[in-house]
Design a protein around this ligand. Structure first.
Ligand code: PEP
Ligand code: MN
Length: 334
């Protein structure tokens, strides 16, 4: 925050203001302002932590370090990112659904059908999986991309799938409408820059221990390289409690909304990782203002090759889709 004083302000007023800034926990530094005007830099200080200051002309907010993706004013509208005709960031809350990983044709066909029946616009599914262990199922690769595209086309859905490295972007973009950056790659700057140099929209998941600022700066890498078609996706952060896989940070939705004009998605599947809690958190995400919600589903969760413990079955997904629409209409969305 920069405090700018009225012309000819009394030195006592300035000293009093410096005291106020110190009491609010910031370190005031005098600035040379144009035309002899006095100003004080108070880095990190926010308007709500400072009361009345005598002789003040105005307060200027600190410029955020992310320039392209920042919300420029409180009334700036959220940007709309179009994914093959599905607008994310408009009045309609978009459902993204599908399995954790593409496994085989029948599994994907059932998943795509379930997604469409539940009201989804996008089919998700990993063809290239970023697994924690090198011995876990790594996805079907190229064949998985082909299966995703075919199943999505049969059900009128767009495709979002993860891309792990810059060299794979062209191949994934050939089959997918939106490219996902996973939590483990949020700060892979070579990947972010490369995604900025192509035109497919990007779903940027939050790193598992990333602050909102680090996440927005990751988005800035993509935007600065030329692609502003970005949707942020909250997917839970690491904490101390093993009761849930991650801690879904729903407060991130309004906190991001104030900082960026990018649309915001929420993934309660990875965010909680406990099947019984996922539907409630999906509804809470809609109530919190999410522009899209991503849900993992599987025709037979018990047989899934990855993340079956957090997958909804088709019937559960359909019920959730209906309840999400009810919550969306209660908060003025559809
Ligand atoms: C995913 O959505 O497929 C995934 C691997 O999630 P995350 O990157 O959030 O762990
Ligand atoms: Mn998964």
């Amino acid at each position: 925050m920069i405090l700018v004083f009225e012309e000819g302000v009394d030195a006592a007023c300035v000293r009093a203001a410096e005291q106020t800034v110190r009491r609010a926990g910031a370190d005031p530094r005098p600035l040379c302002a144009e035309g002899g005007r006095v100003a004080i830099d108070a880095p990190g200080l926010t308007r709500d932590r400072i009361g009345d200051v005598q002789g003040l002309l105005c307060m200027l907010e600190d410029a955020p370090p992310y320039r392209c993706v920042a919300r420029r004013s409180p009334d700036e509208a959220t940007r709309v990112v179009h994914v093959r005709g599905a607008p994310i960031g408009g009045p309609r809350v978009v459902l993204i659904a599908g399995p954790c990983a593409v496994e085989h044709e029948a599994q994907l066909e059932e998943s795509a059908r379930a997604a469409a029946v539940a009201g989804a616009s996008l089919l998700r599914g990993g063809a290239f999986k970023p697994r924690t262990s090198p011995y876990s199922f790594q996805g079907l690769g190229r064949e998985g991309l082909r299966l995703l595209r075919a199943a999505a086309d049969r059900h009128g859905l767009a495709v979002v799938t993860e891309v792990l490295e810059p060299g794979a972007i062209a191949e994934v973009a050939e089959h997918a409408d939106m490219l996902q950056v996973g939590s483990r790659n949020m700060q892979n700057t070579a990947l972010l820059r490369a995604l900025g140099r192509q035109s497919r929209p990007v779903l940027l998941k939050r790193g598992m221990s990333a602050t909102l600022e680090e996440w927005l700066l990751a988005a800035e890498y993509i935007a600065d390289a030329g692609n502003e078609e970005i949707v942020l996706c909250e997917r839970g952060v690491r904490t101390f409690d093993p009761a849930s896989r991650n801690l879904l940070d729903l407060a991130a939705v309004p906190l991001l909304r104030a900082r960026t004009s990018l649309p915001i998605a929420v993934d309660p599947s990875h965010g909680v990782g406990v099947r019984a809690a996922i539907a409630s958190m999906a509804l809470a995400a809609v109530a919190a203002g999410a522009d899209a919600v991503m849900i993992e589903c599987h025709p037979e969760p018990g047989t899934a090759r990855s993340d079956g413990f957090q997958a909804l079955d088709p019937a559960e997904l359909e019920v959730l889709g209906g309840r999400m629409r009810a919550v969306a209409s209660a908060v003025g969305r559809s």
